[in-house]
Ligand binder design. Structure first.
Ligand code: 13P
Length: 284
């Protein structure tokens, strides 16, 4: 197969009431891990890269690796730009071969958010690239975007209707109490708000900040209409912990093929668990 957009996979997830995991990767190793997790579990997969990942690894390298995976295996795989704020960067990544994008204009006032999203949507759709946009603001830090508690805004269902009506987007990221990074204490999610949004919005809904959310809460968001679940932190931590442990136990180690192997194994275990939680296993 080739890389595809997220359109069909999210619509199918919406219809069958599960979520497609969007795993943030940073390099070849993490991309290999999430692909392996998806293959083993016959799950659709969204491989997500933030602006700093694209700067770090290179759009062309990321596209070549993801295309290799898509050619080699028979599950649907999309390569997605996560939290991009600059229209020019989105355009150049689309030229490189990304098949899906998120334009994050959520920190702009409502009308400016809409006009930036419209600009991206009219460009991306010409190349059959799907577009996600966000309304509301999540606390925490993702890439270089930091949102403090005082600046958090939950998604308002009425605004969401107007936003979707004007924007021609394929999916909507909502703010209902999740956070980027780890939580201080148990998360408080506004399930009523999510249900109210679901009642009035027909396109697939996206949950950012899904790491560190207890399993039953995550599954409840999926029951209430979330079709794409974004995971970054929960993959990074076991990778780094296993790497630290290995290097501590083998202070003489200098072969990346050896010291990265346990790190990949630890990340794989979590990625597989997340697929099961999303209910996306055995869909293909
Ligand atoms: P986490 O920090 O919860 O993994 O959030 C990831 C995310 O939302 C990426 O867009």
């Amino acid at each position: 197969m080739s890389l595809i957009s997220t359109r069909e996979m999210l619509l199918q997830a919406q219809k069958e009431n599960y979520a497609v995991p969007a795993f943030n990767i940073h390099n070849m190793e993490s991309m290999q891990v999430v692909v392996e997790a998806a293959i083993k579990n016959r799950s659709p997969l969204i491989i997500a890269a933030t602006p700093s990942t694209v700067r770090y690894a290179g759009a062309d390298y990321l596209v070549a690796m993801a295309e290799t995976a898509a050619r080699k295996y028979d599950i649907p795989i999309a390569l997605h730009l996560d939290h991009f704020e600059k229209v020019e960067e989105i355009k150049s990544a689309i030229t490189a071969g990304f098949t899906s994008c998120m334009i994050d204009a959520s920190k702009l006032p409502f009308k400016e958010n809409i006009s930036k999203v419209q600009e991206v949507a009219s460009y991306a759709h010409r190349y059959d690239v799907t577009v996600e946009a966000e309304l509301g603001k999540l606390i925490g830090m993702e890439d270089d975007i930091v949102v403090e508690e005082k600046d958090v805004i939950y998604t308002n269902p009425e605004d969401a209707v107007e936003f979707v009506r004007q924007c021609d987007i394929d999916s909507l990221a909502v703010a209902i109490g999740t956070a980027h990074g780890l939580y201080k204490g148990k998360p408080h999610l506004d399930f009523e708000r999510l249900a109210a949004i679901r009642d009035v919005i027909s396109i697939p809904l996206v949950l950012h900040g899904a790491s560190d959310v207890p399993a039953e809460m995550l599954q409840k968001t999926i029951q209430l209409g979330i079709c794409k679940v974004n995971i970054a932190t929960d993959l990074k931590i076991p990778f780094a912990n296993a790497l630290r442990k290995y290097l501590k136990e083998h202070p003489e180690a200098n072969d990346p093929r050896k010291y990265l192997t346990p790190a990949k194994a630890a990340m794989l275990e979590v990625a597989e668990d997340k697929i099961v939680l999303c209910g996306s296993q055995n869909r293909y």
